[in-house]
Design a protein around this ligand. Structure first.
Ligand code: FMN
Length: 181
């Protein structure tokens, strides 16, 4: 039996209004070894219990950040969580090695279609370029960043698109990374 543990931080400002992220979270909730944490409902006033979050992070091997793409970045609820949880001495700096060698998996939904995220497209920059700050964060924290799972054009996704994507997400979380075997 696998002892690999995955923490899924679902960061949607209001999951009740979500067309996509609520469905994605529901699709992976029952996987063995997976803990789902919906931070906007745990912290409606956005005052995060950093010690509790840090303890959870320590106890898991893969950290999934699942969120809708807001202004080419993470939504405010996730930025606030990061600001309060990824502190000096925990995530970086002297003694800050709690996340070293853990795996970071980003799971992102965007409004724009994939073609918009190209140099000549509507959004001008590629997702890889726009994800550089998160890549830098992973690097500073010693996290190994996996290939992000992105659902583009989320508001126009058909029921079948969402089902396919949810199946890919499930597969990703069900497969135990080789390093953890
Ligand atoms: C405040 C806000 C900012 C957004 N910014 C972007 C953006 O920069 N790029 C983009 O492709 N979509 C953007 N969107 C669209 C969302 O990414 C999209 O609606 C979301 O991924 C759908 O997921 P949901 O149904 O779970 O909310 C934005 C939406 C909101 C509400």
């Amino acid at each position: 039996m696998s002892t690999h543990r995955t923490l899924v931080v679902v960061a949607h400002p209001d999951l009740a209004t979500s067309g996509i992220n609520a469905q994605l979270a529901a699709a992976i909730r029952d996987i063995d070894g997976v803990t789902v944490r919906e931070i906007a409902s745990v912290y409606p006033d956005r005052r995060v219990d950093a010690a509790a979050e840090q303890e959870l992070l320590r106890r898991h091997d893969t950290i999934v950040l699942q969120f809708p793409w807001h202004w080419y970045s993470v939504p405010g609820v996730l930025k606030e969580w990061m600001d309060q949880v990824l502190t000096y001495g925990f995530a970086y700096g002297a003694g800050g090695d709690a996340l070293h060698s853990k795996r970071l998996q980003l799971v992102i939904s965007t409004g724009g279609p994939e073609a918009a995220y190209t140099p000549t497209g509507h959004n001008r920059f590629t997702m890889a370029e726009l994800l550089r700050p998160l890549e830098a964060t992973a690097h500073l924290c010693g996290l190994e960043m996996a290939e992000p799972l992105v659902l583009h054009g989320a508001p126009r996704a058909t029921r079948e698109d969402v089902a396919d994507h949810a199946a890919r997400y499930r597969e990703l979380l069900s497969a135990v990374p080789a390093a953890a075997n």
